[in-house]
Design a protein around this ligand. Structure first.
Ligand code: GTP
Ligand code: MG
Length: 276
């Protein structure tokens, strides 16, 4: 699969992040609750060394609740407060300010400044909008700060840098790429949709065949490629040649998964304790 991240982009993102980190006391690390491992930037600990951090499992409404609880425990054991959040409704954000002021000390001005980081499409902008809801006041670019950096005043004690830090995902792990594709972290143009759909399908066939049978009762069980072909045939996705348009079938499956039509699922398991 190809990626939209290249060494040049990564170096630039790293530089930008460093410059912004100098201005803030707190980082919100946004992960996708369906893939907390795969949506995590592999260099995050190095990048954020010494910064107070709150980990946010966003899109909790699409993830499996029991898995989310296990992930929250795991992340908290790492030493960061972790919250499961739905940024569209605000669920999970009720006590965020309490958590914020527990982990980070305001700067010299008495105002705590934070920023939001995460890989593409995890919900960084939605999170910022939700946190600042109804109170969005850009408080102007500060002198000496890189051109045009805007601060959003969430409340008198908390400001957020409005440009979220886009981080690169794990690029080296094939087991991760399809999960990023399935959840929408990678644009469809840059991924092999059929490959991603086949991987997702195999995952469902292994872990939740009942969810597939419920959503697609008309598609008989079979190896992933045949299954996809059958879905395409049943839905009438045909090419001019009469052959099934597999990529259309793949996109239909990915879309169903992303929109939660199959149910709530978490694709990443909490790593087993090394001592177990
Ligand atoms: N179901 C659900 N969808 C969400 C949630 N948060 C964000 N989304 C959706 O996820 C998509 C991406 O959200 P954005 O806020 O644009 O994500 P982003 O990280 O800012 O994306 P980029 O700026 O492109 O990197 C949008 O379609 C949102 O509506 C959530 O908690 N639950
Ligand atoms: Mg955004």
């Amino acid at each position: 699969m190809s990626w939209q991240w290249y060494p040049g982009h990564m170096a630039k993102a790293r530089r930008l992040l460093r410059a912004r980190l100098a201005l803030i006391q707190l980082v919100f690390e946004i992960l996708d609750a369906r893939i907390p491992h795969s949506s995590r930037n592999p260099d995050i600990d190095q990048l954020l060394v010494g910064k107070a951090r709150i980990v946010v499992l966003n899109k909790e409404d699409l993830a499996e609740p029991r898995a989310t609880r296990a992930w929250l425990r795991y992340l908290q054991e790492e030493g960061h407060p972790a919250l499961a959040v739905n940024s569209l409704t605000g669920k999970g954000l009720e006590r965020i300010e309490e958590v914020i002021f527990r982990v980070a000390q305001p700067g010299r001005t008495g105002v705590l400044r934070g920023m939001v980081v995460g890989i593409p499409n995890v919900g960084k902008s939605s999170f910022i909008n939700r946190l600042a809801r109804g109170r969005v006041t850009a408080v102007g670019s500060r002198p000496g700060v890189t051109r045009g950096q805007q601060w959003i005043k969430v409340n008198p004690r908390l400001e957020l840098l409005d440009t979220p830090g886009v981080l690169w995902p794990r690029l080296d792990d094939r087991g991760v790429a399809w999960k990023l594709a399935a959840t929408g972290a990678l644009k469809e143009e840059v991924i092999a949709v059929e490959e991603a759909a086949c991987c997702l399908l195999s995952w469902f066939q292994t872990h939740h065949p009942e969810a597939l049978a419920k959503r697609y009762p008309f598609v008989p069980a079979g190896a992933s490629e045949e299954w996809l072909e059958e879905l395409g045939r049943q839905r009438g996705f045909l090419l001019k040649s009469g052959a099934v348009d597999l990529s259309k079938a793949a996109v239909a499956l990915l879309k169903d998964f992303r929109e939660g039509c199959l149910g709530r699922f978490t694709l990443d398991q909490v790593p087993l304790d090394k001592n177990e």
